[in-house]
Design a protein around this ligand. Structure first.
Ligand code: 9MR
Length: 427
């Protein structure tokens, strides 16, 4: 456990005090050690990131693998957490036997009905909400051309919701999509769909706004959009929140990310029917972002070493938490001075800058000599000395120090009498 975690009120408790649930997507095999500790302590709901998708649970037709889904549900029960089931009807991550098959419309309907009945039925009473239908729309608000839309028509959505209700009457039933966080053509199509489903009496309880966002781009209409769905008489959940940035992360970007996470959380807090805010993974070591968007990452609340980032405190503050002040992100980068070689009038020194739980995009190392030492030459940094004060800045090629990484520069200097080690600070 990090000290910040130990000292602060967990997010799940802060959220509960606001009548909200804060959750995370998880991978079952990782639910031990620090990952398991944080997942259990900080979050009030879990969403299996992949374990409940059709391709995971029925890789071969008629042969089921519930192991990871069962494990996550058991973990959630042991930690008094809700489970958001994800997802029953999608165009992606389906088993190849399904996507490669040739099916009549009637066969396709039967396959889908059986899938929903089997999966929802298996977890009946243990799933708070199901993402029944995932990502049904194109960006322009037309229906996405999928196995389901092409085979069954637009009413595959109503059918799926109806079958899910039959299999677990207590579970809240959602339609979930991305790029529907602000008011736009896609979210308006979703709005119109939900309105018409309600009018027809089709069971629909909520909409999921995935919220895979980019740094500095929280839609200004987020709260207004949440409110318009709430006004239709459905719940709203932020279901897959992450906020990616161009790497490397630096303190400016991490501060912007904290503000963005805070803004999203605040928008949910402001609307009574926004019931759940779920992050799509909570550590930068376990996010889909890095592999999907090369050059982007650092999208989650905790760094790769499970230290809470400024973003964590942004969420906590929006939930009313009075947290300990987040450490400045350079606080986790340290500089170490050493003398690597010394002779009668001179010596070779080096400074190693190492980052853990933070990163740098540029650096300046400063120190004061106590015994008249004088730098004569430096490499891998540009050093200037004025009296006893030395200041070394990065070269053009080594300003970036990633999380868990280090940079070393060296120098020659003269000395006489004694050569005490100075203390280096990063400025
Ligand atoms: O997090 C999931 C990742 O592990 C998978 O590789 C990916 C495959 O599409 O799906 C990720 O989760 C997605 C979610 O199910 C639906 N919305 C988008 C998410 C990110 O791709």
């Amino acid at each position: 456990m990090t000290s910040a975690q130990a000292a602060d009120t967990p997010l799940r408790d802060l959220a509960a005090a606001k009548g909200k649930v804060v959750g995370t997507a998880v991978t079952g095999s990782k639910l031990t050690g620090s990952y398991g500790d944080i997942a259990g302590a900080q979050f009030g709901s879990l969403t299996p990131g992949n374990a409940m998708k059709w391709g995971s649970v029925e890789p071969t037709q008629g042969t089921f693998n519930w192991a990871e889904a069962d494990q996550i549900v058991a973990f959630a029960q042991a930690h008094n957490q809700q489970v958001r089931g994800h997802t029953l009807v999608w165009h992606s991550q389906n088993p190849s036997w399904l996507t490669n098959g040739t099916w009549t419309s009637a066969q396709l309907g039967t396959l889908l009905q059986n899938h929903i009945s089997t999966e929802v039925g298996r977890y009946q009473g243990r799933i708070t909400a199901w993402d029944v239908v995932n990502e049904p729309f194109n960006e322009d608000g037309t229906y996405r051309s999928t196995l389901w839309y092409n085979g069954l028509g637009a009413d595959y959505i109503a059918s799926a919701l109806t079958w899910a209700r039959a299999a677990d009457p207590a579970a809240k039933l959602y339609i979930n999509d991305y790029n529907v966080e602000g008011v736009n053509a896609k979210s308006t199509a979703l709005y119109n769909l939900v309105k018409s489903l309600k009018e027809r009496g089709v069971p629909i309880d909520g909409v999921g706004l995935q919220a895979h966002l980019i740094l500095g781009q929280v839609p200004s209409t987020l709260q207004q959009n949440i409110q318009r769905f709430a006004d239709l008489g459905v719940d709203v959940a932020i279901t897959e929140l992450d906020i990616r940035m161009a790497l490397p992360a630096d303190s400016t970007k991490l501060a912007q990310q904290a503000a963005d996470y805070k803004a999203v959380t605040a928008a949910c807090v402001a609307v009574t029917r926004c019931v759940n805010l779920t992050v799509w993974g909570f550590t930068d070591s376990d996010s889909w972002v890095d592999s999907t968007f090369p050059g982007y990452g650092a999208a989650t609340l905790y760094d790769a070493n499970y230290a809470p980032k400024p973003a964590y405190y942004g969420v906590a503050e929006a939930l009313g938490g009075t947290t300990t002040t987040p450490p400045p992100s350079t606080g986790a980068c340290t500089a170490t001075y050493s003398v690597v070689n010394q002779w009668n009038t001179g010596f070779t020194g080096q400074v190693r800058i190492a980052c853990s739980g933070a990163s740098l995009s540029s650096w300046k190392a400063v120190w004061t000599y106590g015994a008249g030492q004088q730098i004569t030459q430096a490499w891998n940094a540009t050093c200037t000395q004025s009296g006893a004060a030395v200041s070394c800045v990065n070269a053009s090629y080594n300003g970036s120090v990633p999380e868990g990484g280090s940079v070393t520069f060296g120098f020659n200097a003269s000395w006489s009498g004694s050569n005490p080690l100075p203390t280096v600070t990063l400025g």
